[in-house]
Design a protein around this ligand. Structure first.
Ligand code: ZN
Length: 496
């Protein structure tokens, strides 16, 4: 390759390496770091982030990107590397340094106010900080938006290429079909979940999760699993992927499904083609795509009847005597219970999306300044009642339950539901090639992983998310596949 490519590549590799080191620091902070080390760790992270930012906005990097872009005969992957490097750099250069510092400061202030207000259970203790943060987010969106909307500008950080004008009707049509369907399930007799609440030995739960992780194809030569309060997938590179899970003694699904969910993320990370490593396209094209893999494994595979037909005998070995009184169908019904759960992260795969729709609609109104921060609790509670038939008993159970807005993450929530939509469309496409249920029932997960590897994991962020999904599924993003999946599965489980 030419010198121009070499110069660009060296810079791009450096950005990737700095990202990997930050990934390691972040993983350590949530798993191994002693409480007393957190202060020092915050300094390490801030210093490294500042260095990475300086290197990113360095005019020499901009010149290297443009010189590489002008080269003839770039491969498709190389063109994508240039595209992604340019995109991150353009975004970084549009925000003045003073603004970036003010935002980092305000995020930290808002986070502290949020934690404090969760203790006092008073939204009034949180409101001034959130109002100030919103002013900065509006300013940020105006700096970034170009000819799009403010929400487009924020959404682009998580779902590149997606636009509000497509997302809004898509999620609107999901809401129109999902609200009545969820109501029907919520009004039906609830399945018995007592079997999951018996109290299960922590070490055995963890050992069981490792067994499932290995069966699904997670590569322990290039990854590991540890414990953390909030499960996540991180790490430094495709060759070093770090998952975490948690163990709740009186709720069997907590550990198992956290592991299976993060495994989906981890398999994706481990599957990027070797030639993409240390480049700007070594990753998913969007958070929605990343989430499609975790939700595919957690819900489509993990909460299916064939999964329990295979794993119930295995689980009985890990928890002797505790699961003798149930069959696979009862296990599936229990892990698929649909309930009026006020907390998003504890909700089921049907109502989960109603929690997301509510947040999406509110954050669009917030950023367009159609709803004031002061009115949030009232609007939140009214919409919870409308969608779920439940009114939160306080704001901790309502508008103050998620950390996202305090972190300045607007435009993030819809990616969770996009992940669900993508996962159902992927399942449909995969079913044309594989007998998914038979494979899962037999515990043969390798063909499923190979299918995902070849079409999705290996190509990384070379194609944009929507383009990739159209190639894989043969159709544009829509809600039919997901609703059909839910209606079939829960129709059978609930007899509705
Ligand atoms: Zn996830």
């Amino acid at each position: 390759m030419t010198d121009a490519w070499g110069a660009f590549e060296a810079r791009m590799n450096e950005q990737s390496d700095l990202g990997g080191i930050m990934g390691l620091l972040g993983w350590d902070e949530q798993t191994m770091c002693p409480p007393g080390g957190r202060g020092a760790r915050a300094h390490h992270g801030a210093t490294l982030a500042a260095i990475a930012h300086q290197r990113l906005v360095d005019p020499a990097y901009g010149e290297a990107i443009e010189a590489a872009a002008a080269l003839p005969d770039l491969t498709v992957a190389q063109q994508a590397m240039v595209r992604e490097a340019r995109r991150s750099r353009d975004k970084a250069t549009k925000l003045p340094e003073a603004f970036v510092r003010a935002m980092a400061q305000q995020r930290s202030t808002t986070n502290q106010a949020w934690e404090h207000a969760r203790e006092t259970k008073r939204f009034a203790d949180y409101r001034p900080a959130l109002e100030q943060l919103m002013r900065l987010k509006v300013e940020e969106a105006d700096l970034l938006k170009g000819d799009g909307t403010r929400y487009d500008a924020l959404l682009d950080d998580f779902e590149p290429g997606m636009r509000l004008e497509r997302l809004q009707p898509l999620l609107g049509s999901l809401r129109d079909r999902l609200v009545p369907f969820a109501q029907t399930l919520l009004d039906a007799p609830a399945p018995d979940v007592a079997v999951l609440e018996q109290g299960f030995d922590r070490d055995r739960q963890y050992a069981f999760s490792l067994r499932v992780l290995e069966d699904l194809g997670f590569d322990f030569e290039h990854g590991r699993q540890d414990l953390s309060t909030h499960p996540f997938t991180g790490g430094t590179a495709p060759s070093d992927v770090r998952l975490t899970t948690r163990v709740w003694e009186d709720w069997l699904p907590a550990c198992l499904y956290a592991t299976v969910h993060e495994c989906g993320h981890g398999l994706y990370e481990q599957g990027h083609a070797r030639e993409l490593w240390r480049t700007s396209v070594c990753g998913a094209p969007s958070l929605g795509l990343h989430e499609s893999q975790s939700r595919f494994y957690e819900n489509v595979i993990g909460r299916s009847l064939p999964f329990w037909e295979h794993y119930l005998p295995v689980a009985r070995e890990f928890f002797p005597g505790q699961l003798d009184g149930v069959d696979a169908m009862a296990m599936q019904r229990a892990v698929c219970r649909v309930a009026r759960t006020p907390i998003r992260v504890e909700s089921d795969e049907v109502t989960y999306n109603l929690h997301i729709l509510l947040r999406f609609e509110l954050e669009v109104d917030l950023i367009e300044e159609r709803v004031a921060v002061a009115d949030l609790p009232e609007v939140w509670n009214a919409r919870m009642e409308q969608y779920l038939g439940y009114t939160p008993k306080d704001d901790v159970e309502g508008v103050m339950q998620d950390v996202h807005w305090s972190e300045g993450l607007f435009g993030y929530f819809p990616t969770y539901t996009l992940g669900n939509l993508y996962s159902a469309a992927i399942r449909e496409a995969m079913a044309r090639d594989l007998q998914i249920d038979d494979l899962v029932r037999a515990g043969e997960f390798a063909p499923i992983l190979t299918w995902l590897r070849e079409r999705i994991h290996a190509v990384g962020a070379v194609p944009l998310g929507e383009v990739l999904m159209r190639e894989v599924t043969g159709k544009p993003l829509e809600v039919d596949s997901f609703m059909t999946y839910l209606e079939t599965k829960y129709g059978a489980l609930y007899g509705v």
